[in-house]
Structures are given as C-alpha cells and as structure tokens.
Ligand binder design. Structure first.
Ligand code: SF4
Ligand code: MSK
Length: 648
C-alpha cells in the first residue's frame, strides 16, 4: 500500500481510498476533508445541553449556569433535543410512506399512468391482516380500502395506530400499560413539537416516553406502511443477484446514479433504461450501453427488486462523482449531500433533484410528469446520454473493486427459502435457534459516518457474529458494507460462518448475512422478529427473543428513531457512537437502564466491534437461558427402532 493510500486509513475499502487520492489531485473537497475542519465539535452540542428553542437563549448549561433563562435544567434540555431528533427521523420515514400511499390511491383510482399494482398477492395478504374484505373484490376496490385505512394512520386524532396490531399481543399490552401507544402519526409528531416548544413539557421522563411513542409511530406506523405499499406497487423482494462498489460504473457506458430513498422515480428509471429506443440513443452517442446504479437507500430499493447494482453507500456519494465517469446523478430525498453540485462542478456530472420538497442549490430540478412518468424517465435518461459528450476522458478513473452479492430477503422471501411454496414458514429457523445451530439473530443497520473508519466496525462485527453462529439481518448502508465485503455472496459468507450457521445456510441456500432492504425497511426486521414469536417455541414477546439490534456507524436522526422503536419493541440496541445526551445523567440512565424495566430492552454504548460482539453474545445468552434453550443440542442419529417409536 502506498503512503498516499495509508493517509486515508479512515476509509477501509480500496475503491474509496483511490477516489480520495484522486479528489486531492483534482482539488475537490469531500465530506472527509470537511469532517477534519469540523471535528472539534462544540461540547454543548455533543452533550445535548444547548437549547435554542426560544429567543431568550440560546442557553448552554454548565456547572456555573445550571439553568436556562426560563429555568430549564440539563435534563429537560437534553430530553427535548432527543425527542426532536426522533421527530426528525419519524417524519422522514413517515412522509416517504405518505407519498407512496397517495401514489397507490392514484393507481387504485385508475390514474396510475404507468404505475400498477405489481404484487396483488401482497395487496390481498396485507388487506386481510387489517381485516379488509378482499375475497370476490377487484384489486382496485381492495386497494382503495387499504389506502383509506393507511391515510387514517396519518390523520387519526383519537384512535390508535392500526398497524400496531401486527405486533405480538403481549407487546401491544406493554405499550398500552405504559400509555405509549401512538394515535395518528401526524398528531404524534405535531404533539412532539408542541411538547418541546418553550414552556410546555419539562419532565424529562415524560418527554422521553413521548420520544418512544413517536418512534413507535415510525417503526410500526410510517415505515411499516411505506414498506407494505412499496411491495404492493413495485413487488415484494425476492433473492436477486447483483454487484456492489464503485467498480460497477463502466468507462464505455453512460453512467447514471440514483440516490436518496423514495423508490417511485427510480422504479420508472429502472424500466425506462431497458427500452430499445433509449438503448439505441446511447449507442448513437458512442456509448456501449447504459449503467444505472444506485447509492444509499434508493440503491437498496431497486437492488432488492431489479438487481440494479449498488455504486456505494452514504459516504461514497461524492466519490462516485470523482470517478469522472458519471453523466447524471438523480437525487430524491434524505441523505443527499448539498455538496453534490459543488463536487460535480469539477467534472461534467449533472445533478438532478426530483422531489418537490427537496431542492439543492446548483442542481437542476426536474419533477416527474405525473401524466407520463415513463416518458419523463426516458427524457431524463436521454438528457444523461446527451451529457456523455461532455465527459473529459483525462479525468476518468473508475476503481476496479466490485463484489457480487445476493439481496432481496423480504420476510416473505425468507419464509419461502426456509420452507418452499407449500410449507413457507419460520419453523426451520426457530428450530435451528432452539437447537443452538443458530445462536441468535442480530439486525445491523444504519449509515456510514466520517467519525470512524468507513465500514470497519460494521464489517468486523458482522464477520465475528457469523463466526459465532449468529444470523445477521441487514438494511441501509450497513447492508451495502457487507455486500461490498463479499459477505452476501453465499459461498463466501458461508465459508466465514460457524459450523451451525453454516449448516443451516447450506441446507436452505442463503448467505449468513441477509440484505433486507433500505433504512425504512428496518420494520422488516421487526416483522421477522414477530414471525419468530408467532411461530412458537421462543417465548410470546419480542422482548426475550435471542435477538439484538446494532447501529454501528449511524449518523442520521432516522437512526435515532429506529433505535428507539427497536428498544420500545423490546429489542436491545447497541450504538457504535453515543447519542448527544451525556449532559444529563438522568437521561442517559433512562435510555440505558430504566428502559429495561419498562420495555424489556435498552440502549448500550459500545465503541469497539469486538466488545460489541461479546456483549451481544451475553445478551443473547441471557435470553436463551430464560427461554430454557441455552444448551448445545446433541444431534441424534435415529436407528430403525427410534423411527418406529416416532411413528407410534
Ligand atoms: Fe433558554 Fe429556556 Fe429559551 Fe431554551 S427555552 S433557549 S433554555 S430560555
Ligand atoms: S441511506 S439514513 S445513510 S442507512 Fe438510508 Fe444510509 Fe443512513 Fe442514509
């Protein structure tokens, strides 16, 4: 490794290192450089004791000034700030869900204009879950009823969320006893903003309980609705092969990147890019073809359903442009850096913002024509093709690194893999856990963050867990990290797995690390955990399952909401970097200890991936002990007499 590369040791993967070196040569600033200039973080911010909620402040709590002008203490201020972060995450996931519900409404009313109900089975299955009559009715009629119900999930003023009834009954009882069952999503979010404005809710416990209530409105509300409707409109993901890392970009091709979170436009682009006229247009422009690839969670959405390759995760969005080979980056919502047009100035890349609510200075704004979305998508691709002539060959350098992967593990797909068409169920997984071939299940989720070495924590922990026979479920940028590291290629992942997990994966034909989708799809992990409970033999609640959640390199408010709904659901959560709450011992104690009494799960801070692995084994071991399954099952070879006995 050259000294130049060693300088970028905060970036573990070769492809990103190469692009950071190129960025220096091209005089381009990236988030890694900006992190260096920003990294002396304000202590008032990182400890959560800065309040700028009213204009008597800003107030900052210190030993010499323990109260704000209004009298608010550190507990109130830290808890208010935490709740507002949960609100940000919940609002992002839920607004995404709302847009999808409104799209399903148009489709059901006959105004889909190219969007259809792609998965009628998912529509009917989910309608039944909510008690909507579906037999003998058209899919449009069923969809309209489901849309009405989902819109009620946002607007309900007095009734609690219907989607919460998809959780195990015992958990619903816990929420009800603690009075954290949320009413409508919009009401819950508005109330959170009201509670945190100057002079309203000052009791840190009351504020934190509303944070959990709000997070539940995300995980068992907005996010779950978003995932269900995405499956209905675009298809429930099934295992699909693809590739990950910057090497998916091709020098001789037109390269188009889709980035953000909402799948509606990218679905159209994935269809449009296949059309013969568009392909012909690319050939005429002198390109071999078109590479459509994704970044962040838009990538995960279209990877899961179309096998569209993933160019990279959150921290690779600028690096992708620095290859000099990207004709267009189409951005929608969430996690798209405002720096993108600035980076693109050095190259020929055109940044196109597409969401009405998400505009970026320096980007061109093009919204999909709702009457002719496919045509709009084609026009966008042709615009990228027209930009090919502006590419400067001397600035092009695409890293070679790519890794093949299998993604697309929705809960439905996992059930099918475990039991086939006629016996699709989680039974074999429950049995493997009970027999201790699989020690437990861990969801590793979240982002990448320049405050730590890119993907190191995520990959070290994942590798260690599968070695210790823990099945790993992944979403978001953490999933992309495993894809890039080869762990989602069954033959490679299986080699890394411990004997018990390996046996199960080989029998079923799955990798030991399952890609379950985007960050909104973290609700799929809760759905999978609920299936473990419904299947029987592992207790009657999510709390007590041999399962843990981890957010190793998180950075977004969405991750705070996700962590909070995991804990409120009874699943312990390990954080690679702590919340900005250390300014209040009471708040930290509440989140890291008191929640265990309330919800049966809590947060744990753990900066080292190997220590996290040990902690996870301890938490899962305790759960196994309580379930009475903490022993190594002997494998019994049956002789003829045993078989006769079994038959009796
Ligand atoms: Fe200061 Fe209180 Fe205003 Fe916050 S709400 S800025 S603590 S006076
Ligand atoms: S994109 S929220 S960086 S996972 Fe979902 Fe990745 Fe985190 Fe954004």
């Amino acid at each position: 490794m050259s000294t130049e590369i060693q300088d970028y040791k905060k970036v573990g993967d070769q492809a990103s290192q190469e692009m950071l070196i190129k960025a220096t040569g091209d005089c381009v600033d990236t988030c890694f450089d900006r992190y260096e200039t920003q990294k002396n973080h304000c202590k008032f911010g990182t400890t959560g004791v800065c309040c700028r909620i009213c204009h008597m402040g800003p107030c900052r709590i210190t030993a010499r000034s323990p109260l704000g002008v209004c009298g608010a203490d550190a507990d109130t201020i830290v808890a208010r700030n935490y709740l507002r972060e949960v609100v940000g995450g919940t609002a992002a996931h839920s607004d995404h869900g709302r847009h999808l519900v409104l799209r399903l409404k148009k489709v059901a009313q006959g105004n889909g204009n190219g969007y259809t109900i792609k998965d009628e089975k998912a529509l009917r299955y989910n309608a039944k879950l909510y008690g909507i009559e579906e037999a003998g009715r058209t899919k449009q009629e069923v969809a309209l009823d489901l849309v009405e119900l989902f819109l009620g999930e946002f607007s309900s003023q007095e009734e609690t969320l219907k989607t919460l009834t998809l959780a195990p009954e015992k958990r619903q009882g816990v929420w009800s006893n603690l009075e954290v069952t949320p009413k409508g999503i919009d009401r819950t979010v508005v109330e959170a903003m009201h509670r945190t404005t100057m002079g309203v809710d000052h009791d840190y416990k009351s504020l934190l309980m509303h944070a959990f209530r709000t997070a539940l409105a995300d995980g068992w509300g907005g996010s779950r609705v978003a995932t269900i409707v995405s499956d209905i409109l675009f298809g429930t993901p099934k295992p699909i092969k693809s590739e990950a890392n910057l090497g998916v970009l091709k020098e001789a091709n037109i390269n188009i990147l889709i980035h953000g979170h909402e799948p509606a436009l990218s679905e159209m682009l994935a269809v449009a890019v296949q059309s013969p006229d568009v392909k012909e247009y690319a050939k005429k422009a002198g390109a071999n073809g078109i590479t459509l690839a994704g970044l962040c969670c838009t990538a995960n959405e279209i990877l899961m359903r179309h096998g569209v390759p993933v160019a990279g995760n959150f921290l690779q969005q600028e690096l992708a442009i620095i290859t000099g080979a990207v004709e267009m980056m189409v951005i929608d919502v969430q996690c798209c850096m405002p720096s993108l047009p600035k980076v693109a100035e050095k190259y020929h890349t055109e940044i196109i913002s597409t969401a009405e609510i998400a505009k970026t200075v320096g980007a061109s704004h093009v919204e999909l024509n709702e009457d002719t979305p496919l045509e709009s998508a084609k026009e966008l691709i042709k615009r990228a093709i027209d930009n090919f002539k502006n590419r400067d060959a001397s600035k092009v350098s695409i890293p070679k690194a790519t890794s093949s992967m299998v993604a697309g593990f929705s809960v439905d797909a996992i059930k099918y893999m475990l039991g086939g068409t006629f016996r699709a169920s989680f039974r074999p997984l429950n049995d493997a856990i009970i027999a201790n071939r699989i020690f437990g299940v861990v969801g590793i989720v979240g982002c990448s963050n320049p405050n730590c070495e890119l993907e190191n924590y995520t990959n070290v922990l994942t590798k260690e867990l599968i070695k210790r026979n823990v099945l790993v479920l992944k979403t978001g940028c953490a999933a992309i990290a495993s894809g890039k590291a080869g762990m989602m290629k069954p033959e490679i992942g299986i080699e890394m797995a411990g004997a018990g997990l390996r046996e199960v994966c080989e029998t079923v034909g799955i990798p030991p690390v399952l890609h379950m989708g985007s960050c909104v799809d973290n609700c799929r992990i809760l759905e999978a955990a609920s299936e473990l409970v419904f299947e029987g033999g592992l207790g009657d609640d999510l709390a007590g399952l041999p399962a843990v959640g981890v957010a190793p390199e998180w950075m977004s408010e969405k991750a705070i909401a996700i962590g909070s709904y995991f804990v409120a659901s009874g699943v312990d959560v390990i954080l690679g970097n702590p919340f900005y709450t250390s300014g209040s011992e009471n708040v930290v104690k509440f989140l890291n200890e008191d929640t265990k009494e309330l919800f049966g799960a809590s947060f744990h801070d753990c900066a080292d991936p190997m220590e996290a692995a040990d902690l996870i084994m301890e938490i899962i071991g305790e759960a196994r002990e309580k379930l009475g399954i903490n022993k190594k099952a002997e494998r019994k070879l049956y002789d003829m007499q045993d078989r006769r006995d079994l038959d009796v």
